[in-house]
Write a new protein. Sequence first.
Lengths: 373, 373
Amino acid sequence: MIDRHRARIERIQRAAAANPRVTGLAGGLPAEAQFPKRAFADAFLRALSQSGTPALQYGWVEGSETLRSWIASRLRARGAEIAAADVIITSGAQQALAIALELVARPGARIGVDLETYPAALGLMRARRLVPVAFDDKAAVFYAMPAVGNPHGFAMETESRRALLTRSSGMIVEDDAYADLRFDGPAPRPLLADEPRRVLHVGTFSKTLSPGLRVGWLITPRRLRGRALEIKQSSDLQASSLAQAVLEEYLTGGGGDAPAAFDHRLIRLRRFYRARAAMMMRALRAHLPDWKFRAPDGGFAIWAEAGDRSQRINEISFLQKAVDARVVFDPGSMFRASGAARPLAVRFCFSTAAPADFDGAFRRLARVCRGMI
Amino acid sequence: MIDRHRARIERIQRAAAANPRVTGLAGGLPAEAQFPKRAFADAFLRALSQSGTPALQYGWVEGSETLRSWIASRLRARGAEIAAADVIITSGAQQALAIALELVARPGARIGVDLETYPAALGLMRARRLVPVAFDDKAAVFYAMPAVGNPHGFAMETESRRALLTRSSGMIVEDDAYADLRFDGPAPRPLLADEPRRVLHVGTFSKTLSPGLRVGWLITPRRLRGRALEIKQSSDLQASSLAQAVLEEYLTGGGGDAPAAFDHRLIRLRRFYRARAAMMMRALRAHLPDWKFRAPDGGFAIWAEAGDRSQRINEISFLQKAVDARVVFDPGSMFRASGAARPLAVRFCFSTAAPADFDGAFRRLARVCRGMI
């Protein structure tokens, strides 16, 4: 039943994605305009000229030493006592999540998650027969996005963070995917810094550079590292050498200002996405004034709950009629472990569509809503 | 015990790999000289100029339609009735194996394998608590490399192939990694062509183009495809868009002669590796005349069993002394489910070291052997 609901959503969204006339507010993709195309082209050419061409050859399971050092040093700057040897390069953050859950949760285990959370994490739990439960339940493992949540876009409240660290004793999988994209500045102190023996930390280059690379990372408590490497190796041997080499050259090659260049990039990205969020909020307020939402702290999206009068609307019909009206979005059920479509809510991504299209898109959505009440 | 043995081998091999003065006959890596560096650079630049820059963006879980069509059409030419919709692009052949085994084998299941077989497949079985058994045993699942085996380098005998297809009824995971590198010509008819309802077919670009891409593929019987896609998605969302885009442009872009160019490349590669195999066999015969081996049908390596007098030699000591004498190889125990080091045997890879070094390497190995008898 839930499976069928999800499959219908995917079918509608795939059809919409294939139609360039549809305004895309779905997917949580980074803005194409922000891809560092020229810098990656340069980085790729430099990588190909390296002796032995490691970019095209097999590499070690743990990934590039240079990249691991870079990641460790950024985490140290945020307060975590991490060395390069603690970092495992993974095929994106999703694989890091998959390894983390395999390390700490057996089939049937209860995983504490937010009421709404990252759909691919829920998909992973389903595939592994893990049981997502509410965050304040007794769970053996918690899945948290403390820096910037998805789909809500909020930083975890100080009180919730304290509760997670002190009141619970379970293992914590910390998904740090959007941490560098907090609108108010640098990434905050990670849970990893406070509880290195309980936290499995997951990061990625997908949001700040490019998801097409499929490069992320996993840091586990040291006692779990050997097993983590075994799982990584048996899963796919290693992350793409090509993508790692491009990243290496981009982040640390081509002159001494490369690290500063990445920080400048982050400042630009935060400004870019914050401006987009503001534009989307204006359009949302103007056309769907009874919908409830809060300004996000970062990330790519706004989570909005439909107004009371719209709560009777059927989610799938709403999505289908929206796509007929040339707007696609991520319906709320995707983010709920139960698959519940109530309360009717939507994740609207401001990261990919042209801001000039926001106003028209929400005007059309408002018309669809009125027609369905 | 076996774990410790394996860990010691890895430690010695890693130290050897870091020393450029050691002649590398280990690893099963493709020859760096054969990487299509310039063509990949062109392909990457073309990929970056595509509208929407799909090379850097998220893509669908099943992978590039263009690549899947290309793979399907090559398999059709070998006799398999396969459409693009049957192909799933994976993060290398290892992930295809991992998905295939997850689809057809529960923990505790018996997997029929060759007496010596691909170490990463054995590692995967260990990680999943599957039980590798001899090929002629009753097994629920068989893991086979019919075109070119690893480590032996032989095509499967007609009789064994017939037995697998007719006498057994289990599912078959067909690892086709080296099929395009048969010295005598084009890849043979795959098992997939004969038993599409029982065969899960695994392929890769790692041996013919570059392992650094981490792009392979999986074809499952249609009834398993939905579940295969779920596992793929929960594992790492998708294979690298970057690597897929480079392959797409390399294989099908840049003018109509691209498909022919790949076939010409294969002809060159077969000639290149066959010549290397011949040179290595000469050196082996000259310096280790009592070792037993057969000329391989394809691939990157020769499997050789030590002569009777050398059978008392301890495997780990042999490897360590060989590395001290500046030669590294893959000891036989790596390829055995039991981890047995007897009979003493070695996989010698001819794919990466300079052929001019073969003679000296085997002369030094012979000296090491004599010193240990």
